[in-house]
Design a protein around this ligand. Structure first.
Ligand code: HEM
Length: 508
């Protein structure tokens, strides 16, 4: 092209410049969101927002720095997606509990395979209400009590494994040890499967769960979705979760379903049986129910095959990473705080002696509860969780437009020195009966809060408490030359140690 006869600009260059300008306008428009609302936050990098910081420092440190610099209500961009980070307890209470009807759903920041939309955590509106009310009875205290013998069997193997590891005097890797235990518990309490991943570190359940939880989260597919959130629906064909592991779990769940249907007389007490019982044959393959807008039509039906599958898989993945991390950090905190470990051992031997931990006794151990709570405060397994504003609204004077992703950065909340003096210090006394009443419940949220909190909380605590009691009865956790103090945390959404956690187990 001849511009005023002065120079010749090739068409391809003109097109390139136009595309770059349009893209720049797109990102500048997207990233002007909080400026117009008057909400403080860091100047975003075009297209990337705070993702470079997260890549360099990790989510924990990035969130903490943001809170320190901008306060308890910060506007950030994950790529081009605006997120409001809130660590103000009164605002959190309004969002999670008081004004729940305006914040019922989770934002679909990353749209994955359509099949997973039926998982409780990702479902929206009436569909979520239907799933939550159908699945909640499976997690009642009565059902958990019934699951105790299944957990006890896995605990026996954990102790056996620990004994083998203690024999050579070398350090043992705790994430692997507790990861395998957690997987055995999920397989038996969830699917009635007797998987012995503790004896087989390459067990396909553990390998695939690890793969599914770490897959592609820093890959180009995720980056593209964060940069162009308006075009996500066109990217659904490109999955985020590792497809081979998803297929593995689908097939495993399907074969359990088939077996249960062909052998209906067996009296199973696991989660999948409870889901099957909530399943009505006539609806089993009608996926369009998922879009039915009316709660009354949900009342008339049970769970579809798709819903049973998606939720079984999600429970397995949600439970694996979180519960094994809690146990890993519990063992670490006990190893570096021997006086706490001694006090816990005294409580256990006074209340239980050498008898097996079960549902009715572990929940009575007061000091154990304090130790578990303090571990969850310093190392919350889920670094963040979020909600979506369903209407234009205002909370504590902050304007929140419809569609905004409202994120609670749990780690930053738990590290706020105003609520938790000397926040890095491991001090279970913060949760003693005298001190507990002084804690604002919206400053301690390892399992979230309100009607959409963690449905598996009771199962996670039962399993973690039984495991730690069994381990403390049989071993002393000790640091070793290769124990990293403090541990280096993974940069992602789950709080876990990078490259494992090495401790010495001394058999008692
Ligand atoms: C220490 C272990 C665990 C921790 C720290 C944890 C943490 C969380 C958190 C923070 C949330 C979000 C809550 C909210 O938005 O208010 C959540 C949701 C959820 N968790 Fe857990 N979790 C754990 C174990 C489990 C287990 C064992 C299961 C299932 C067997 C499970 C299943 C779920 C599900 C299905 C949701 C979504 C609930 C909904 O949207 O209605 N979690 N969890």
């Amino acid at each position: 092209m001849d511009v005023q006869g002065l120079m010749c600009i090739p068409y391809w260059l003109m097109i390139l410049v136009t595309v770059v300008l349009l893209l720049l306008m797109y990102t500048l428009y997207k990233q002007s969101y909080f400026r117009s609302l008057g909400i403080p936050g860091p100047t975003p990098i075009p297209f990337l927002g705070i993702t470079i910081d997260i890549g360099k420092k990790g989510l924990h440190e990035t969130d903490l720095n943001l809170m320190k610099k901008y306060g308890r209500c910060v506007g950030v961009y994950l790529g081009n997606i605006p997120q409001l980070l809130i660590t103000e307890p009164e605002m959190i209470k309004q969002i999670l509990v008081k004004r729940f009807h305006d914040f019922t759903d989770r934002p679909h920041t990353l749209e994955d395979a359509k099949f997973m939309d039926s998982a409780l955590s990702l479902a929206s509106g009436e569909h979520w209400k239907f799933l939550r009310s159908t699945l909640s009875p499976a997690f009642s205290s009565g059902k958990m009590r019934n699951m105790t013998p299944l957990i006890s069997r896995c605990l026996e193997r954990l102790i056996c494994n620990g004994k083998k590891m203690s024999e050579n005097g070398k350090s043992a890797e705790m994430k692997g040890l507790f990861g395998a235990f957690t997987m055995d518990v999920i397989c038996s309490t969830g699917f009635g499967m007797d998987v012995d991943s503790q004896s087989n570190p390459n067990d396909p359940f553990v390998v695939n769960a690890t793969k599914a939880m770490t897959a592609n989260l820093v890959g180009p597919r995720v980056l593209l979705a964060l940069m162009f959130p308006d075009f996500q629906r066109f990217m659904r064909g490109l999955p985020i979760m590792d497809q081979s592991s998803l297929e593995f779990f689908k097939e495993a769940t399907k074969s359990v379903l088939q077996e249960r249907r062909s052998n209906p007389s067996n009296n199973y007490r696991d989660l999948i049986q409870l889901m099957i019982n909530a399943h009505k044959e006539q609806d089993s393959n009608t996926e369009e129910h998922a879009d039915t807008p009316n709660i009354d039509s949900y009342k008339k039906r049970g769970l579809t095959d798709n819903e049973v599958l998606a939720n079984a898989i999600f429970f397995l993945l949600a439970a694996f990473e979180t519960t094994s991390s809690l146990l890993t950090f519990l063992s670490y905190c006990l190893a570096v705080n021997q006086e706490v470990q001694d006090k816990l051992r005294s409580e256990i031997s006074k209340e239980l002696g050498k008898s097996q931990p079960v549902y009715d006794n572990v929940f009575k151990l007061q000091y154990l509860d304090m130790v578990v709570s303090e571990t969850l405060r310093i190392y919350p397994p889920a670094t963040r969780f979020n909600r979506e504003a369903l209407v234009d609204t205002e909370i504590c004077g902050v304007k929140i437009p419809k569609g905004l992703d409202v994120t609670i950065p749990t780690y930053s909340l738990h590290m706020d020195p105003e609520f938790w003096p000397d926040p890095h210090k491991f001090d279970p006394e913060r949760f003693s009966p005298e001190n507990k009443d002084r804690i604002n419940p919206f400053t301690f949220l390892p399992f979230g809060a309100g009607p959409r909190n963690c449905i598996g909380q009771r199962l996670a605590l039962l399993q973690a408490k039984m495991a730690i009691v069994g381990m403390v009865q049989n071993f002393r956790f000790q640091t070793a030359p290769d124990t990293l103090i403090p541990p280096k945390l993974d940069k992602g959404l789950f709080t876990k140690p990078v490259d494992g956690m090495f401790l010495r187990l001394e058999a008692l």
